[in-house]
Write a protein that binds this ligand. Sequence first.
Ligand SMILES: *[C@@H]1O[C@H](CO)[C@@H](O)[C@H](O)[C@H]1NC(C)=O
Ligand SMILES: *[C@@H]1O[C@H](CO)[C@@H](O)[C@H](O)[C@H]1NC(C)=O
Ligand SMILES: *[C@@H]1O[C@H](CO)[C@@H](O)[C@H](O)[C@H]1NC(C)=O
Ligand SMILES: *[C@@H]1O[C@H](CO)[C@@H](O)[C@H](O)[C@H]1NC(C)=O
Length: 359
Amino acid sequence: ITMRVCLILLWIRIVVQPHILQCKAVQVFPPVNLTLTVSALAQVLLSWKPSPDQEQKNYTIRYDVKILTPLFEEYDTMKTHSFRTAVLHNGFSAHVRTLLLHKGLQVTSDWVTAELQPPPGAENTAVTGLSCVTHFTVSSTVSLHCTWLPGEGAPEDTEYFLFYRYETYTEECLDYIKDKWNRNTEGRFSVTHIAPGEIDELIVIHINGSSKYAAIKPFQQLFNQNAIEKVNVPRNVTVFFEQDDLVATWEKPLSAFPEGCFEYEIYLINLKSGNKQVSKTYLHDFRLRIDVTCRYSIQIRANHHMCSVSGFWSDWSEIVYIGKYYICLLFFVTKYLITQIPLFSVLQKKTRTILRASV
Ligand SMILES: *[C@@H]1O[C@H](CO)[C@@H](O)[C@H](O)[C@H]1NC(C)=O
Ligand SMILES: *[C@@H]1O[C@H](CO)[C@@H](O)[C@H](O)[C@H]1NC(C)=O
Ligand SMILES: *[C@@H]1O[C@H](CO)[C@@H](O)[C@H](O)[C@H]1NC(C)=O
Ligand SMILES: *[C@@H]1O[C@H](CO)[C@@H](O)[C@H](O)[C@H]1NC(C)=O
């Protein structure tokens, strides 16, 4: 046993020793001049320089980056800069260190840190309850509409300003709706640079403000463009009876997404019984065995689940009625008379006989 332990120890020495030597020979210096620059709304450029003391020869140098706030993120890169999209109203901080790779070995430096302070502003002056919706319009562009509440601590004279950024394009809103204090609480862009039909691109919203009495804290939020799209209503809804089936057909909503992207809900009410049912389908038609002597109302709505995160359901399409009400009513009244009034019990028997005869 002693022999074997010795052998193992010897083996470890042989394998490990050259590495130790190499590590000792190589010094790894942290990067220098790490800077954070706000390069666009909710966008930071991190940049740094390799340490002038760092030997470059024959080593692969990479950098480990750790974003600490507002959201933790870790990655490594060979470049000496990177862009990050993040809300900045609570500040931003990051660590970077040098990572030296040589013959399967990794040696790291100490971290260097940089941070952006939150922008100034008095407590509770930032907007709250921000919500935004986009629409795909008939002109094949995207409109954007946002609403918010003034911060509880915002003076009455506060004026809020809404901006959006999409990729490299930034625009300020010019069309506002105001609350009773004359503060902007809604903003609209009837046309934007948001590309319709893109998947998972971000829309950056930035709202800042000014007041004579306080510094107003800015507020930012990032939205997935697909998640805030209010889908348009399905078009050309047609409903008819085919033998004992109710059949509904429709066409996909006005949208940049192709047909296969949509899920539909069909809301069917039997106006005789009051029965309501909601069915789902990925097709563009719907068929249901029903009592064709009754009257029904049908509405259809759409969402684009299949191709992206789901947006807001479309409104329900206009109500389409089918079936003749009076037949239903006649059936209902006869049934009521037959079952409820004793005088008609004879009639009931006769009716039954007639019914049986007719079957
Ligand atoms: C770091 O910044 C200082 C001051 O701006 C500058 O003098 C120096 O050259 C920079 N170092 C590198 C490696 O760029
Ligand atoms: C890199 O390493 C090779 C062999 O390992 C050596 O011949 C070469 O001179 C080295 N290059 C530099 C720039 O040190
Ligand atoms: C609001 O933000 C925009 C875009 O960053 C900036 O140009 C403007 O000066 C800001 N306004 C106020 C009042 O802070
Ligand atoms: C809806 O129907 C009308 C007339 O039948 C037709 O002109 C139109 O192109 C249809 N709409 C769509 C989206 O296909």
